[in-house]
Design a protein around this ligand. Sequence first.
Ligand code: AMP
Ligand code: ZN
Length: 111
Amino acid sequence: MNDCIFCKIINDEIPSQKVFEDEHLVVFKDISPKAPVHLLVVPRKHIASLNEADESDRELMAHVMLTIPKIAEQAGLQAGYRTVLNTGKGGGQEVFHIHFHVLGGGPMPFA
Ligand code: AMP
Ligand code: ZN
């Protein structure tokens, strides 16, 4: 957890372009965008992946999901967007702190 890059972003130990935050989550721009709008929605709690989420994370995960439409609206994605959650190396996960990608603002398909 101590060398987790997303924990460091959450704690402002390394820079990022944050666009939204609340008590439970932080949203910042992906450093290597795959779409005109590419945001990462990251719970403050360090959960390595969806496989490590458990019953105690039920409310947190619901909160994250239900906050995504608000973030998308704020980002100008009224036409719609793609939400991606990569799990494990076989699922393309590179950063092992659970996060949703929100992609939109241009022609599909996005990564
Ligand atoms: P995933 O493959 O689902 O784990 O996605 C990790 C994402 O984090 C990739 O899209 C990276 O471009 C992005 N990323 C890695 N480091 C940073 C960083 N320092 N700031 C913003 N995004 C990052
Ligand atoms: Zn972390």
